[in-house]
Write a protein that binds this ligand. Structure first.
Ligand code: IMP
Ligand code: MG
Length: 190
């Protein structure tokens, strides 16, 4: 483990993140007054840290399940979204009000693909909760029902967001330093 600061700029420090998460928890708690027939679905790996903090502040609590979706390689979205889940989850989703939780709305391909899959599974309703929205022309237009905050179009790391599997554990979110990206270009494998 090296001790270089991996970010050229901090975008959201720990206090700012916790303020955003608390506000989202209040809004979601008000929108989901009954937990019956509701399920929070967390997109792994990126949303795990955010969802962990968010879900423990929901009153009443909502049952939670996880799906794995991946499309990024280094700093580029491959555009080919792979959903990796288990068959029993499809049955669990059927007839439920789903709160879909992800880390960032970038191109929108991941959310779009998962929303399509949730329709296939027979979800009764779906609302989306995303910590960050990149200010770009998204490839897919997605309605974000609960948004943390917009961010500029830069490659960011921390609080769940990774670069080639690294830096998820940073307690803040920042813009990845050039040195970090170059490590990846030089063939760094976590
Ligand atoms: P999308 O399909 O292009 O919207 O991207 C979705 C996924 O790509 C997100 O859920 C993240 O896991 C990842 N991603 C997008 N932008 C970034 C970034 O700036 N840093 C790290 N991961 C990102
Ligand atoms: Mg993700």
């Amino acid at each position: 483990m090296d001790h270089k600061i991996p970010c050229s700029r901090i975008l959201l420090n720990t206090d700012q993140l916790s303020g955003i998460v608390s506000r989202l928890a209040r809004d979601i708690s008000a929108a989901y007054p009954h937990q019956d027939h509701s399920l929070a679905l967390v997109v792994l790996e990126g949303a795990r840290y955010f969802a962990n903090d968010l879900l423990k502040q929901l009153h009443p609590p909502i049952d939670t399940a996880y799906i794995k979706a991946s499309s990024y390689s280094g700093v580029n979205s491959t555009g080919n979204v792979i959903i990796n889940t288990q068959d029993w989850l499809k049955e669990t989703i059927h007839g439920k009000n789903i709160l879909l939780i992800d880390d960032i709305y970038d191109s929108g391909l991941t959310l779009w693909r998962i929303l399509d899959w949730l329709r296939e599974c027979g979800a009764s309703s779906v609302q989306t909760c995303v910590l960050l929205e990149k200010q770009i022309n998204h490839t897919k237009d997605i309605t974000i029902d609960f948004l943390g905050t917009p961010v500029a179009d830069e490659f960011i790391i921390g609080y769940g967001l990774d670069y080639n599997g690294r830096y998820r554990d940073l307690p803040y979110i920042g813009v990845a330093a050039h040195t970090v990206i170059q490590e990846g270009a030089n063939g760094y494998k976590p």
